[in-house]
Design a protein around this ligand. Structure first.
Ligand SMILES: Nc1ncnc2c1ncn2[C@@H]1O[C@H](COP(=O)(O)OP(=O)(O)O)[C@@H](O)[C@H]1O
Ligand SMILES: [Mg+2]
Length: 363
Protein backbone atom coordinates (compact mmCIF):
# COMPACT_ATOMS: atom_id res chain seq x y z
CA UNK A 1 0.00 0.00 0.00
CA UNK A 2 1.46 3.35 -0.91
CA UNK A 3 1.74 6.00 1.75
CA UNK A 4 -0.63 8.21 -0.26
CA UNK A 5 -3.50 5.91 0.61
CA UNK A 6 -3.29 7.05 4.20
CA UNK A 7 -4.64 10.39 5.27
CA UNK A 8 -1.86 11.98 7.26
CA UNK A 9 -2.62 14.22 10.21
CA UNK A 10 -1.09 17.55 9.34
CA UNK A 11 0.18 19.53 12.27
CA UNK A 12 -0.78 23.20 12.22
CA UNK A 13 1.15 24.94 14.95
CA UNK A 14 -0.41 28.13 16.23
CA UNK A 15 1.30 30.70 18.43
CA UNK A 16 -0.03 32.94 21.20
CA UNK A 17 0.67 35.95 19.01
CA UNK A 18 -1.51 34.52 16.24
CA UNK A 19 -4.35 33.98 18.70
CA UNK A 20 -3.91 37.53 20.02
CA UNK A 21 -4.12 38.92 16.48
CA UNK A 22 -7.57 37.33 16.26
CA UNK A 23 -8.93 39.17 19.30
CA UNK A 24 -11.64 41.59 18.26
CA UNK A 25 -9.95 44.71 19.59
CA UNK A 26 -6.75 43.93 17.67
CA UNK A 27 -8.11 43.10 14.22
CA UNK A 28 -11.06 45.52 14.25
CA UNK A 29 -8.69 48.44 14.83
CA UNK A 30 -7.04 47.56 11.50
CA UNK A 31 -10.28 47.43 9.53
CA UNK A 32 -12.63 49.84 11.25
CA UNK A 33 -14.43 50.73 8.01
CA UNK A 34 -15.45 47.10 7.56
CA UNK A 35 -17.06 46.41 10.94
CA UNK A 36 -20.42 47.50 12.37
CA UNK A 37 -20.44 50.25 14.96
CA UNK A 38 -19.27 48.82 18.25
CA UNK A 39 -18.16 49.82 21.73
CA UNK A 40 -15.26 47.93 23.29
CA UNK A 41 -15.05 47.88 27.07
CA UNK A 42 -11.42 47.11 27.75
CA UNK A 43 -9.81 45.48 30.77
CA UNK A 44 -12.94 44.15 32.43
CA UNK A 45 -12.71 44.25 36.25
CA UNK A 46 -11.90 40.94 37.95
CA UNK A 47 -15.26 41.03 39.77
CA UNK A 48 -17.03 40.85 36.43
CA UNK A 49 -14.95 37.85 35.35
CA UNK A 50 -15.78 36.22 38.70
CA UNK A 51 -19.45 37.00 38.05
CA UNK A 52 -19.30 35.23 34.68
CA UNK A 53 -17.52 32.25 36.19
CA UNK A 54 -19.82 31.78 39.18
CA UNK A 55 -22.63 29.22 39.12
CA UNK A 56 -26.11 30.60 38.71
CA UNK A 57 -27.06 34.03 37.43
CA UNK A 58 -27.60 36.96 39.74
CA UNK A 59 -29.36 39.86 38.07
CA UNK A 60 -29.21 43.38 39.51
CA UNK A 61 -32.26 44.53 41.47
CA UNK A 62 -32.42 48.14 40.44
CA UNK A 63 -34.82 50.61 41.94
CA UNK A 64 -37.45 51.65 39.41
CA UNK A 65 -36.39 48.81 37.13
CA UNK A 66 -39.18 47.74 34.81
CA UNK A 67 -37.29 44.83 33.35
CA UNK A 68 -39.29 41.64 32.94
CA UNK A 69 -36.30 39.82 34.40
CA UNK A 70 -36.25 41.51 37.78
CA UNK A 71 -39.79 42.71 38.28
CA UNK A 72 -41.17 41.83 41.71
CA UNK A 73 -43.54 38.94 41.34
CA UNK A 74 -46.84 39.52 43.07
CA UNK A 75 -47.52 36.46 45.10
CA UNK A 76 -50.66 34.49 44.52
CA UNK A 77 -51.73 30.89 45.06
CA UNK A 78 -50.09 29.73 41.84
CA UNK A 79 -46.62 31.07 42.41
CA UNK A 80 -46.36 31.04 46.18
CA UNK A 81 -43.43 28.80 46.97
CA UNK A 82 -43.18 29.87 50.60
CA UNK A 83 -43.85 26.31 51.76
CA UNK A 84 -40.77 25.17 49.92
CA UNK A 85 -38.60 27.94 51.33
CA UNK A 86 -39.51 26.91 54.86
CA UNK A 87 -38.33 23.41 54.18
CA UNK A 88 -35.92 22.44 56.96
CA UNK A 89 -33.64 20.59 54.56
CA UNK A 90 -32.91 23.57 52.33
CA UNK A 91 -29.13 23.90 52.13
CA UNK A 92 -27.77 27.26 53.20
CA UNK A 93 -25.50 28.85 50.60
CA UNK A 94 -22.33 30.31 52.11
CA UNK A 95 -20.52 31.15 48.87
CA UNK A 96 -20.12 34.90 48.51
CA UNK A 97 -21.92 35.77 45.30
CA UNK A 98 -20.89 38.64 43.07
CA UNK A 99 -23.65 41.16 42.47
CA UNK A 100 -23.52 43.68 39.62
CA UNK A 101 -24.68 46.73 41.58
CA UNK A 102 -22.40 46.06 44.54
CA UNK A 103 -19.32 44.61 42.94
CA UNK A 104 -18.96 46.35 39.59
CA UNK A 105 -21.31 49.37 39.70
CA UNK A 106 -19.13 51.44 37.34
CA UNK A 107 -19.07 48.76 34.68
CA UNK A 108 -22.83 48.28 35.09
CA UNK A 109 -23.31 52.00 34.47
CA UNK A 110 -20.94 51.92 31.49
CA UNK A 111 -22.89 49.01 29.97
CA UNK A 112 -26.18 50.83 30.43
CA UNK A 113 -24.74 53.93 28.76
CA UNK A 114 -23.28 51.93 25.88
CA UNK A 115 -26.58 50.18 25.27
CA UNK A 116 -28.43 53.47 25.37
CA UNK A 117 -26.11 54.72 22.67
CA UNK A 118 -26.10 51.63 20.45
CA UNK A 119 -29.58 50.25 21.01
CA UNK A 120 -29.73 46.45 20.78
CA UNK A 121 -26.34 44.71 20.65
CA UNK A 122 -24.67 41.43 19.72
CA UNK A 123 -22.02 40.88 22.41
CA UNK A 124 -18.75 38.98 22.42
CA UNK A 125 -15.61 38.63 24.51
CA UNK A 126 -12.08 38.86 23.04
CA UNK A 127 -12.68 35.90 20.69
CA UNK A 128 -16.06 34.28 21.21
CA UNK A 129 -19.71 35.22 20.98
CA UNK A 130 -22.27 33.41 23.19
CA UNK A 131 -23.85 31.64 20.19
CA UNK A 132 -24.53 28.56 22.33
CA UNK A 133 -26.74 30.40 24.85
CA UNK A 134 -29.40 32.03 22.67
CA UNK A 135 -32.00 29.63 24.13
CA UNK A 136 -31.97 31.70 27.32
CA UNK A 137 -33.40 34.82 25.66
CA UNK A 138 -37.05 35.11 24.60
CA UNK A 139 -36.14 35.98 20.98
CA UNK A 140 -33.78 32.98 20.69
CA UNK A 141 -31.00 35.09 19.18
CA UNK A 142 -27.98 36.94 20.63
CA UNK A 143 -29.88 40.22 20.42
CA UNK A 144 -29.64 41.99 23.81
CA UNK A 145 -32.03 44.87 24.29
CA UNK A 146 -31.12 45.61 27.87
CA UNK A 147 -28.24 44.97 30.21
CA UNK A 148 -30.01 42.12 32.03
CA UNK A 149 -30.25 40.21 28.78
CA UNK A 150 -26.54 40.74 28.30
CA UNK A 151 -25.83 39.28 31.75
CA UNK A 152 -28.10 36.30 31.11
CA UNK A 153 -26.59 35.50 27.72
CA UNK A 154 -22.95 35.81 28.80
CA UNK A 155 -23.52 33.81 31.97
CA UNK A 156 -25.25 30.95 30.17
CA UNK A 157 -22.54 30.50 27.56
CA UNK A 158 -19.81 27.87 27.49
CA UNK A 159 -18.17 29.66 24.57
CA UNK A 160 -17.61 32.68 26.83
CA UNK A 161 -16.04 30.37 29.43
CA UNK A 162 -13.70 29.15 26.72
CA UNK A 163 -12.28 32.66 26.31
CA UNK A 164 -11.92 33.06 30.07
CA UNK A 165 -10.17 29.77 30.66
CA UNK A 166 -8.85 28.11 27.51
CA UNK A 167 -8.17 30.80 24.90
CA UNK A 168 -4.56 29.73 24.28
CA UNK A 169 -5.21 26.00 24.48
CA UNK A 170 -2.98 24.18 21.98
CA UNK A 171 -0.59 27.09 21.40
CA UNK A 172 2.98 25.93 20.81
CA UNK A 173 4.43 28.61 23.09
CA UNK A 174 2.27 28.06 26.18
CA UNK A 175 -1.38 28.17 27.12
CA UNK A 176 -1.59 30.05 30.41
CA UNK A 177 -3.96 33.02 30.64
CA UNK A 178 -2.36 34.67 33.67
CA UNK A 179 -2.45 38.45 33.39
CA UNK A 180 -4.64 38.37 30.29
CA UNK A 181 -6.94 41.36 29.91
CA UNK A 182 -10.49 40.67 28.83
CA UNK A 183 -12.63 42.95 26.67
CA UNK A 184 -16.37 43.02 26.25
CA UNK A 185 -17.43 43.98 22.76
CA UNK A 186 -20.91 45.37 22.15
CA UNK A 187 -21.65 45.33 18.43
CA UNK A 188 -24.64 47.30 17.28
CA UNK A 189 -27.27 44.77 16.31
CA UNK A 190 -27.87 44.29 12.60
CA UNK A 191 -30.37 41.80 11.24
CA UNK A 192 -28.03 39.59 9.29
CA UNK A 193 -29.19 37.05 6.75
CA UNK A 194 -27.27 33.91 7.78
CA UNK A 195 -27.25 32.69 4.16
CA UNK A 196 -24.89 35.53 3.26
CA UNK A 197 -22.23 34.78 5.88
CA UNK A 198 -19.09 33.01 4.66
CA UNK A 199 -15.86 31.65 6.11
CA UNK A 200 -12.73 32.17 4.01
CA UNK A 201 -9.54 30.15 4.59
CA UNK A 202 -6.36 32.07 3.82
CA UNK A 203 -3.13 30.10 3.75
CA UNK A 204 0.27 31.62 2.98
CA UNK A 205 -1.43 34.76 1.61
CA UNK A 206 -3.80 32.87 -0.69
CA UNK A 207 -7.43 31.92 -0.41
CA UNK A 208 -7.53 28.12 -0.45
CA UNK A 209 -11.26 27.66 0.17
CA UNK A 210 -14.44 29.29 1.37
CA UNK A 211 -17.67 27.91 2.79
CA UNK A 212 -21.14 28.95 3.84
CA UNK A 213 -21.22 29.62 7.57
CA UNK A 214 -24.81 28.64 8.15
CA UNK A 215 -25.22 25.05 7.03
CA UNK A 216 -28.71 25.20 5.56
CA UNK A 217 -29.54 24.99 1.89
CA UNK A 218 -30.28 28.29 0.15
CA UNK A 219 -31.20 27.80 -3.49
CA UNK A 220 -30.12 31.26 -4.64
CA UNK A 221 -26.46 31.06 -3.53
CA UNK A 222 -25.07 28.91 -6.31
CA UNK A 223 -25.67 31.38 -9.13
CA UNK A 224 -24.14 34.17 -7.04
CA UNK A 225 -20.99 32.19 -6.36
CA UNK A 226 -18.72 34.18 -8.73
CA UNK A 227 -19.95 37.48 -7.34
CA UNK A 228 -19.10 36.34 -3.80
CA UNK A 229 -15.68 35.04 -4.87
CA UNK A 230 -14.78 38.34 -6.55
CA UNK A 231 -15.72 40.25 -3.42
CA UNK A 232 -13.78 37.89 -1.15
CA UNK A 233 -10.76 38.07 -3.38
CA UNK A 234 -10.75 41.84 -3.37
CA UNK A 235 -11.23 42.05 0.39
CA UNK A 236 -8.50 39.56 1.24
CA UNK A 237 -5.88 40.94 -1.15
CA UNK A 238 -6.59 44.63 -1.05
CA UNK A 239 -7.78 45.16 2.50
CA UNK A 240 -6.87 42.35 4.87
CA UNK A 241 -3.48 40.98 3.81
CA UNK A 242 -1.69 44.34 3.49
CA UNK A 243 -2.30 45.04 7.19
CA UNK A 244 -2.62 41.69 8.95
CA UNK A 245 0.56 40.45 10.67
CA UNK A 246 -0.01 36.76 9.76
CA UNK A 247 -0.18 35.16 6.34
CA UNK A 248 -2.57 32.37 7.35
CA UNK A 249 -5.91 32.98 9.06
CA UNK A 250 -9.61 32.29 8.73
CA UNK A 251 -11.85 35.20 7.89
CA UNK A 252 -15.59 35.41 8.56
CA UNK A 253 -17.42 37.82 6.30
CA UNK A 254 -20.90 39.08 5.55
CA UNK A 255 -22.04 40.12 2.07
CA UNK A 256 -25.45 41.79 2.24
CA UNK A 257 -27.51 42.63 -0.81
CA UNK A 258 -26.98 44.27 -3.29
CA UNK A 259 -23.53 42.65 -2.99
CA UNK A 260 -21.44 45.76 -3.47
CA UNK A 261 -20.02 45.93 0.05
CA UNK A 262 -18.55 43.36 2.36
CA UNK A 263 -18.23 43.31 6.17
CA UNK A 264 -15.66 41.55 8.31
CA UNK A 265 -17.43 39.64 11.08
CA UNK A 266 -14.41 37.92 12.64
CA UNK A 267 -10.84 36.77 12.17
CA UNK A 268 -9.95 33.34 13.54
CA UNK A 269 -6.70 31.42 13.95
CA UNK A 270 -5.63 29.08 11.15
CA UNK A 271 -5.89 26.11 13.47
CA UNK A 272 -7.98 23.03 14.09
CA UNK A 273 -9.87 24.87 16.83
CA UNK A 274 -11.57 26.93 14.13
CA UNK A 275 -14.51 24.99 12.70
CA UNK A 276 -13.78 24.08 9.04
CA UNK A 277 -17.57 23.77 8.42
CA UNK A 278 -18.08 22.19 4.96
CA UNK A 279 -14.35 21.41 4.64
CA UNK A 280 -12.06 19.20 6.68
CA UNK A 281 -8.86 20.66 8.09
CA UNK A 282 -6.94 18.07 6.13
CA UNK A 283 -8.35 19.46 2.89
CA UNK A 284 -7.46 23.01 3.88
CA UNK A 285 -3.99 22.12 5.08
CA UNK A 286 -3.10 20.19 1.93
CA UNK A 287 -4.68 22.68 -0.52
CA UNK A 288 -2.12 24.10 -2.91
CA UNK A 289 -2.39 27.89 -3.18
CA UNK A 290 -2.69 29.31 -6.68
CA UNK A 291 0.70 29.75 -8.31
CA UNK A 292 0.25 33.02 -10.17
CA UNK A 293 1.48 34.88 -7.11
CA UNK A 294 -0.60 37.86 -8.13
CA UNK A 295 -3.27 39.65 -6.23
CA UNK A 296 -6.06 37.23 -6.92
CA UNK A 297 -7.02 33.62 -6.31
CA UNK A 298 -9.48 32.18 -8.73
CA UNK A 299 -8.90 28.47 -8.31
CA UNK A 300 -10.33 27.96 -4.87
CA UNK A 301 -13.69 26.41 -4.16
CA UNK A 302 -16.56 28.28 -2.54
CA UNK A 303 -18.31 25.27 -1.04
CA UNK A 304 -22.07 25.55 -0.64
CA UNK A 305 -24.69 23.24 0.80
CA UNK A 306 -26.44 21.65 -2.15
CA UNK A 307 -29.96 20.29 -2.06
CA UNK A 308 -28.43 16.78 -2.13
CA UNK A 309 -26.61 17.09 1.16
CA UNK A 310 -29.19 19.18 3.02
CA UNK A 311 -30.24 16.48 5.44
CA UNK A 312 -26.65 15.73 6.37
CA UNK A 313 -25.85 19.26 7.43
CA UNK A 314 -29.05 20.94 8.41
CA UNK A 315 -29.01 20.15 12.08
CA UNK A 316 -29.25 23.08 14.39
CA UNK A 317 -25.96 24.26 15.81
CA UNK A 318 -25.31 24.05 19.58
CA UNK A 319 -28.46 21.95 19.88
CA UNK A 320 -26.74 19.91 22.58
CA UNK A 321 -27.36 22.91 24.77
CA UNK A 322 -31.13 22.97 24.68
CA UNK A 323 -33.43 20.20 23.45
CA UNK A 324 -32.57 16.51 22.97
CA UNK A 325 -30.77 15.78 19.69
CA UNK A 326 -33.49 13.22 18.79
CA UNK A 327 -36.02 16.00 18.69
CA UNK A 328 -33.82 18.33 16.67
CA UNK A 329 -33.19 15.64 14.08
CA UNK A 330 -36.84 14.70 14.04
CA UNK A 331 -37.89 18.27 13.44
CA UNK A 332 -35.84 18.26 10.23
CA UNK A 333 -36.71 14.82 9.00
CA UNK A 334 -40.23 13.37 8.61
CA UNK A 335 -38.93 9.81 8.76
CA UNK A 336 -37.33 10.49 12.13
CA UNK A 337 -40.56 12.04 13.40
CA UNK A 338 -42.42 8.82 12.54
CA UNK A 339 -39.76 6.78 14.28
CA UNK A 340 -39.86 8.95 17.37
CA UNK A 341 -43.67 8.80 17.52
CA UNK A 342 -43.53 5.02 17.19
CA UNK A 343 -40.99 4.76 20.03
CA UNK A 344 -43.10 7.06 22.15
CA UNK A 345 -46.23 4.93 21.55
CA UNK A 346 -44.31 1.76 22.43
CA UNK A 347 -43.09 3.30 25.67
CA UNK A 348 -46.61 4.43 26.57
CA UNK A 349 -48.18 1.06 25.89
CA UNK A 350 -45.37 -0.67 27.84
CA UNK A 351 -46.03 1.67 30.73
CA UNK A 352 -49.80 1.06 30.61
CA UNK A 353 -49.21 -2.71 30.62
CA UNK A 354 -46.85 -2.45 33.58
CA UNK A 355 -49.34 -0.33 35.49
CA UNK A 356 -52.21 -2.71 34.89
CA UNK A 357 -50.13 -5.75 35.87
CA UNK A 358 -49.00 -3.84 39.00
CA UNK A 359 -52.60 -3.18 40.02
CA UNK A 360 -53.52 -6.82 39.39
CA UNK A 361 -50.61 -8.03 41.56
CA UNK A 362 -51.10 -5.40 44.22
CA UNK A 363 -53.14 -5.78 47.45
N1 LIG B 1 -23.57 43.18 14.71
C1 LIG B 1 -24.22 42.00 14.69
N2 LIG B 1 -25.56 41.94 14.77
C2 LIG B 1 -26.20 40.76 14.76
N3 LIG B 1 -25.58 39.58 14.69
C3 LIG B 1 -24.26 39.56 14.60
C4 LIG B 1 -23.49 40.76 14.61
N4 LIG B 1 -22.18 40.42 14.51
C5 LIG B 1 -22.13 39.09 14.44
N5 LIG B 1 -23.36 38.55 14.50
C6 LIG B 1 -23.72 37.12 14.45
O1 LIG B 1 -22.98 36.45 15.44
C7 LIG B 1 -22.33 35.31 14.90
C8 LIG B 1 -21.08 35.02 15.68
O2 LIG B 1 -20.20 36.13 15.69
P1 LIG B 1 -18.63 35.94 15.69
O3 LIG B 1 -18.02 37.26 15.95
O4 LIG B 1 -18.19 35.24 14.46
O5 LIG B 1 -18.39 35.02 16.98
P2 LIG B 1 -17.69 33.60 17.09
O6 LIG B 1 -16.27 33.77 16.70
O7 LIG B 1 -17.82 33.22 18.51
O8 LIG B 1 -18.43 32.67 16.19
C9 LIG B 1 -22.11 35.68 13.45
O9 LIG B 1 -22.05 34.54 12.65
C10 LIG B 1 -23.34 36.52 13.13
O10 LIG B 1 -24.38 35.70 12.69
MG1 LIG C 1 -14.78 33.45 15.53
Amino acid sequence: MSSQEYATFIDMPVTRAQVEHCSYSFWSSLYSKYVPKSIIIKSLPKEFIQYLEQDGIKLPQEENSRSIYTEEIIRNEDNDYSDWEDDEDTATEFVQEVEPLLDFPNLHEQLNDAMNELGAVAPKLNWSAPRDATWILPNNTMRCNEVNELYLLLNASNYIMHDLQRAFEGCVDGDEEKGLKFDLILRQWCDMNPALEFRVFVKDSHIVGATQRDLNYYDYLDELSDTFKDLMDELVHEVVLPKFPDKSFVLDIYVPRPFNKIFIVDVNPFSRKTDPLLFSWNEIATAVPSKDGGNSDEDYELRLVTSHNTCRFASKEHSENHVPQDLVEASLNPEAIRELTQKWKELLSQQTQEESSDSEDGT
